[in-house]
Design a protein around this ligand. Structure first.
Ligand code: PMP
Length: 361
């Protein structure tokens, strides 16, 4: 039998490392490693799932019409130009499958979300990493890296894992100056945490080459349900729908997402608690000598003296039952990304970091 080989590029993919959820021998663990909603899913979403369970033997709808209309209503968008996916991961994947192939380039930033590279490679394209400036997206560096082979530019705003954000004027300049034939993808996984930010929807409306992606995994507390969506020009959405599996989203996932987006009271509570506790945690860590960049998301990037100190603090936190995220794979070895938990969890983290900085190991 001859050698069985995967497509070129596949073996260059590094396996995605998800956030840990347990520490051996430690109980009363708090997971602050995957930017999940500490308040859980909305009660309305749980009820909606219960209501559809008796229909588990039926295939779900293929066109996601009810969910698309709910999203369109809440965000003031055109439902026909929304596509729903198994997390926004799947929308990222569709974009790469449909628009990038061998010889094409896919731009992502230095400390950008890991799926961009994976999806680009899976499509046979070449990921191109662009440096950031002090952990903030650098538009000039992206423009300098763009070529006539650039097919997609992925930009998370706010960015994960830095939490930093750039303004709409800068994004507009990027869209304007990118070479023809490139699609700018504005990944708004954390857009809901920013008061008054539309995730780039206005730009999608005025241009034919900008797509926005969003998720139910963060503010809406549905990480385990896997629902994300994209919004773009009709022509691009029609292309993505051609490669979408007809039953990509399950009926419980669709029901949960629709109920969540309509539960504005719960959503508002989560958003304001996140903002309040994020400021509190950043200030508390700073008092212990641990700075962080101003975060616009539901996590902060705590910076230590060096990789050794960050690793030692991570191990100490684990012993205290606090699981945060090492971000070495995102080229930030001297930092720890800490998701904003509920008040008790934030207090536990601040207290433990204080003890660590005072010498506890
Ligand atoms: N984009 C960014 C920037 C993210 O941080 C994440 C989740 N970690 C995603 C997209 C994907 O989220 P999901 O597939 O759960 O929608």
């Amino acid at each position: 039998m001859g050698e069985i080989k995967p497509q070129p590029g596949i073996m260059e993919i590094e396996l995605y490392q998800g956030g840990k959820s347990a520490v051996e021998g430690v109980t009363n663990v708090v997971k602050l490693s995957s930017n999940e909603n500490p308040f859980g899913p909305s009660p309305a979403a749980q009820e909606a799932v219960r209501r559809v369970l008796h229909e588990m033997h039926r295939y779900p709808v293929t066109d996601h019409a009810a969910l698309r209309h709910a999203i369109a209503e809440v965000h003031g968008l055109d439902a026909r130009r929304i596509i729903c996916g198994v997390g926004s991961d799947e929308i990222i994947h569709f974009l790469c499958q449909a628009y990038a192939g061998p010889g094409d380039e896919v731009i992502h930033t230095e400390h950008g979300f890991g799926m961009y590279k994976i999806s680009a490679r899976a499509a046979g394209a070449t990921p191109v990493e662009v440096p950031e400036k002090e952990r903030v997206t650098d538009i000039d560096a992206i423009l300098a890296a763009a070529t006539e082979r650039t097919r997609l530019v992925f930009l998370a705003n706010p960015n994960n894992p830095t939490g930093t954000m750039i303004g709409l004027a800068e994004i507009e300049r990027l869209a304007e100056e990118l070479p023809d034939g490139a699609i700018l993808v504005l990944d708004g996984a954390y857009a809901e945490f920013v008061e008054g930010y539309d995730g780039g929807a206005a730009l999608v409306e005025t241009r034919g080459d900008v797509v926005m992606t969003r998720t139910f995994s963060k503010l809406y507390g549905l990480g385990g349900m896997r629902v994300g969506w994209g919004y773009g020009p009709q022509q691009i959405i029609d292309v993505l729908n051609r490669i979408r599996g007809p039953f990509n989203l399950s009926a419980p996932a669709l029901a949960a997402a629709e109920a969540s987006i309509r539960d504005s009271e719960f959503v508002e509570k989560c958003r304001s608690e996140n903002a309040r506790l994020r400021t509190w945690l950043a200030e508390a860590l700073m008092e212990h000598g641990v700075p962080s960049d101003t975060s616009c998301a539901n996590f902060i990037l705590a910076r230590f003296a060096d990789a050794e100190e960050a690793e030692a603090c991570d191990l100490y936190l684990q012993k205290q039952g606090l699981i945060v995220r090492r971000v070495g794979t995102y080229k930030l070895p001297a930092a720890l990304r800490i998701s904003i938990g509920d008040e008790a969890s934030c207090r536990r983290v601040a207290h433990a970091v204080g003890l660590f900085k005072a010498g506890a190991r």
